[in-house]
Design a binder for this molecule. Structure first.
Ligand SMILES: Nc1ncnc2c1ncn2[C@@H]1O[C@H](COP(=O)(O)OP(=O)(O)OP(=O)(O)O)[C@@H](O)[C@H]1O
Length: 531
């Protein structure tokens, strides 16, 4: 195993495929202050109704199968480290608009003061949020964005109720969440939708008096009542235009960069980007993907158009080496970049156990498929997850290998056709969503499974490795060594999410049986940062 870097911080280098930026010590230290003292969302600056809806949404999808808790209402939801670190830094209040120039300062000085304040109020701030997989980054940025939308509404209301009502009719998109795939658009949209529907009793929230009048409004007192829209693959462009033109502003638009970039090709709409002229908050999730060369053009075309954007939040579980350079070319003013990184960034959660299986030895004699079949048999019969459908995710590097592997597991190794599912980018969005469904919710009881499956195997590529919130998956098998350490982190991160346990089996053969990969399990156990 390569251990390099200063003795105090050993790095596990993923061979020549090492692509992960070593997290900066000062960033981690500045993000870590107070992590151990803040054990409740109440201690964080979150708009009260957003906090209430968030906690209830997290409870609503919590996987009780990994706990001894019977009723979700008994859950005590505490903020994860990235949520503490990100919300504290992002949700800083900006200078609010002064009612009138400060009377004691006459003439020029008052104007200068107001200009300085106006710059501060409207200056673009770029936040980078980096934390390990499954650590709750989605709510780390949603809590911040939704709080700002509510604070802005409160400010409108404070000026006058008429002003507040008029603001709702302005045809604009107030905030955008950008994600790389249709599945992630669905996932974040579903999270927002659930939170938006949560009913709360404002009286029970014990809110500060300056919220009371605002929160007694009919459209505030029972639920967040935000206008949330997903604009995914297959959704026509005029669906966005009609939504904004006919019903007024959209609070949160969840979409992909290519959807918005596609507006530029429209000839039958004048000024198709006009709805983004007043967008104030933008999140780029899986930012290292959306800012790599294949996505960069679309992503940056959008960011450049958001000339009223105040907060740009770049979020990811991995910071590749070139990411820092990319950022400094786009945002030369380093002062405007506020980096947030948790101590566990680029570390595999310790509750994930990694095992290397050598397909070169007997009885596999170099056949990785035979080795895989044996691993599946062993998992199937190891007594874990009793009574539940065991779900296993297998990652291969090449899309062309998915179907042949599915076929081989069924025809050669006796698995039932309905128990082995292959997903690639060639599948339609609808097919992918149907196939993924059993893996995106807690394990079902065998007797409740429509196919009476005892095991459900998903064979897929890195397309499904990023960001997807697989629920309660206990076994991930890497049929091929990932191309680099970024992909390794995301594949492994489909299990062991939010402090749950998980196992990862890495199958190697003479081509990939590098000496260093054998050091991976021990490096993870020792909490070594991946390079
Ligand atoms: N404070 C919390 N306490 C318990 N569970 C939480 C908390 N915050 C979020 N979760 C749950 O943790 C799971 C993972 O959250 P999320 O998908 O945001 O992780 P992530 O950091 O974005 O992962 P990835 O890097 O893989 O995208 C979700 O099911 C979410 O409901």
């Amino acid at each position: 195993m390569f251990l390099k870097g200063r003795p105090t911080r050993s790095i596990f280098s993923f061979g020549k495929f090492s692509q992960l930026q070593i997290p900066e010590k000062k960033t981690i230290e500045s993000s870590s202050t107070g992590l151990d003292t803040i054990a409740s969302f109440d201690a964080l600056r979150i708009f009260p109704t957003v906090r209430a809806a968030m906690v209830e949404e997290i409870k609503s999808v919590y996987n009780l199968k990994s706990t001894y808790i019977k009723d979700k209402q008994e859950l005590d939801i505490k903020p994860s480290p990235v949520q503490v670190a990100a919300i504290r830094k992002i949700n800083q209040p900006r200078l609010r608009k002064a009612k009138s120039a400060s009377v004691e300062k006459e003439g020029g000085q008052a104007i200068v003061d107001e200009l300085v304040k106006s710059n501060e109020r409207n200056k673009l701030k770029v936040f980078t949020v980096a934390a390990e997989t499954g650590s709750g980054k989605t709510w780390a940025y949603l809590a911040s964005v939704l709080s700002k939308l509510k604070e802005d509404d409160l400010e409108h209301f404070t000026r006058s109720e008429l002003h507040y009502e008029k603001a709702k009719e302005v045809p604009t998109v107030r905030s955008i969440i950008l994600l790389p795939t249709h599945e992630l658009v669905e996932q974040v949209y579903d999270t927002l939708n659930r939170a938006n529907k949560i009913r709360y009793d404002v009286d029970e929230l014990k809110v500060h008096s300056n919220y009371a009048q605002f929160l007694s409004l009919p459209d505030q007192k029972d639920s967040l009542n935000l206008r949330i829209m997903k604009w995914g693959s297959g959704d026509p462009h005029n669906r966005l235009f009609n939504a904004v033109n006919n019903k007024g502003r959209i609070d949160v638009l969840v979409t992909t960069p290519s959807k918005i970039a596609g507006l530029a090709k429209l000839t039958n709409f004048n000024r198709p980007f006009r709805f983004f002229n007043f967008t104030e908050y933008c999140v780029i999730d899986e930012a290292d993907t959306l800012m790599d060369q294949s996505w960069m053009k679309d992503t940056m075309n959008i960011v450049r158009r958001l000339n009223k954007c105040k907060d740009l939040i770049l979020c990811s579980a991995t910071i590749p080496k070139e990411f820092k350079k990319t950022l400094s070319t786009i945002f030369p003013d380093h002062q405007s970049i506020i980096s947030i990184a948790t101590p566990s960034l680029h570390k595999i959660p310790k509750q994930i156990h990694v095992k290397i299986i050598d397909a070169q030895v007997s009885p596999y004699n170099g056949s990785k498929t035979r080795c895989l079949a044996q691993a599946l048999y062993a998992i199937h019969n190891d007594g874990t997850e009793p009574g539940l459908v065991k779900r296993i995710i297998i990652f291969v590097n090449e899309k062309k290998d998915v179907d042949p592997l599915v076929e081989s597991l069924v025809s050669k190794y006796g698995h039932r056709q309905e128990d082995v599912i292959g997903i690639t980018g060639s599948d339609s969005a609808l097919d992918r969503s149907d196939k993924l469904e059993p893996f995106l919710k807690p394990a079902a009881l065998i007797e409740d499974d429509m196919d009476r499956s005892k095991i459900k195997i998903l064979v897929t590529t890195d397309l499904m490795a990023r960001g997807l919130n697989f629920v309660g998956i206990k076994n991930v098998i890497l049929m091929d060594l990932p191309r680099n350490s970024v992909d390794l982190v995301h594949r492994i991160g489909r299990t062991g999410r939010m402090r749950q346990s998980g196992r990862v089996f890495v199958i190697v053969d003479k081509k990939t049986r590098k000496s260093w990969i054998k050091g991976l399990p021990n490096a993870i156990k020792r909490g070594v940062t991946l390079g």
